[in-house]
Unconditional design. Structure first.
Length: 348
């Protein structure tokens, strides 16, 4: 019979429960900032409660979305500039929700790392909270997983989960017809797609993350980490004004792949590429990689992060609504008969 104990602890195996508790205490104020009508309970329980009637819904349909930040995380890890990737995480989820006509209600995050560094984790989750504040949804829960042996030192991964709601019968897309006007909302840079190619282009250029940015101010890594723009409040204002038939979040697949997702069978789009100027970051990437216009349009947002298909009769009013909400709006073209995207003009 064994009478002694070896004295091993969970901390000896690489998991620091006290660090996890310290993180929860630190992020509670950030989560509290995101409270909104409907929140019944938040951090600390085995689950979080949300009251749809308390949020003002009578006959709601729930909409769910999940996403990550992709290999943009690699740049954040390598540079230590982690404050914006939480905003990216929220944006990638809630910008998708609003395309269904849904108002984001609450958000949950999953943060996994080999060794929990409280300050780094807190900065990331505080960024998530900021993204929730900007989009009007509550951060009501999440999971912080310390998994030694699963991730190299300093590495981490992120995933996000958003739930939104709309009243029954208000789902989008709905009512898209030939002649609809396509309104484009400006992006804030590359957002969170295409970063495997971005990283390859930086390698080809011979630059480092801490090199002077060749297309703007500051350092290259910091410029590429500009957070994804949140379009939620602006888009919902346009939807409530009337005349919005569809919204398309321009993510992986660029304009070429994403706009057709919200167009009915038999309808396509004519896009005039001369209606906006390709932002400097995309010009630089195209030049460094010798990338064709077609490849740029199916890989990156190219300066347009969200497209609305709207009634031609309501287009002028909706441009004003969106501009009042702080958006830069471009009339990109129209919905046309016949499947597919047709481009005129040139970005490069």
């Amino acid at each position: 019979m064994t009478t002694g104990k070896n004295g091993l602890t969970y901390a000896d195996a690489g998991v620091d429960i006290e660090a996890g508790n310290a993180l929860v205490d630190r992020i509670k104020p950030a989560a509290k900032r995101t409270n909104r009508p409907g929140v019944m309970s938040g951090l600390g329980g085995f689950g979080a409660l949300f009251d749809l009637k308390g949020a003002g819904y009578q006959d709601p349909i729930l909409v769910g979305a999940t996403d990550g930040v992709g290999t943009k995380l690699r740049i954040a890890i390598d540079t230590g500039v982690v404050d914006g990737v939480g905003i990216d995480l929220v944006a990638m989820c809630v910008n998708d929700l609003v395309c269904q006509g849904a108002e984001p209600l609450f958000f949950l995050d999953y943060f996994a790392t080999g060794k929990l560094e409280t300050d780094v984790a807190a900065r990331i989750i505080e960024g998530i909270a900021e993204g929730c504040v900007r989009s009007g949804c509550a951060l009501i829960g999440g999971e912080t997983a310390e998994m030694p042996g699963m991730y190299p030192e300093g590495d981490f991964d992120l995933a996000g989960f958003a739930v939104g709601a709309m009243e029954r019968g208000t789902a989008l897309p709905e009512g898209v017809v030939e002649g609809d006007v396509l309104l484009g909302l400006a992006s804030d840079g590359v957002h969170s797609n295409g970063f495997s190619l971005v990283r390859k282009l930086v390698e080809v250029s011979g630059l480092d993350w801490d090199s002077d940015c060749p297309f703007g101010e500051g350092l290259l890594g910091e410029a590429l980490l500009t957070p994804t723009r949140l379009y939620v409040k602006q888009s919902l204002a346009a939807v409530r004004a009337g005349g919005v038939h569809a919204l398309a979040h321009i993510t992986g697949g660029g304009l070429t792949e994403n706009l057709p997702r919200v167009l009915p069978e038999g309808l396509g789009a004519d896009i005039d590429l001369d209606t906006w100027e390709l932002p400097p970051v995309f010009k630089w990437m195209a030049e460094v990689g010798g990338i064709s216009q077609a490849e740029m349009l199916k890989t990156f947002n190219c300066g347009i992060g969200m497209i609305l298909s709207v009634s031609a009769h309501e287009a002028d009013n909706l441009v004003s609504v969106l501009q009042d909400e702080g958006e830069s709006v471009t009339r990109l073209g129209t919905v046309t008969a016949g499947d597919g995207m047709r481009y005129t003009g040139s970005l490069l």
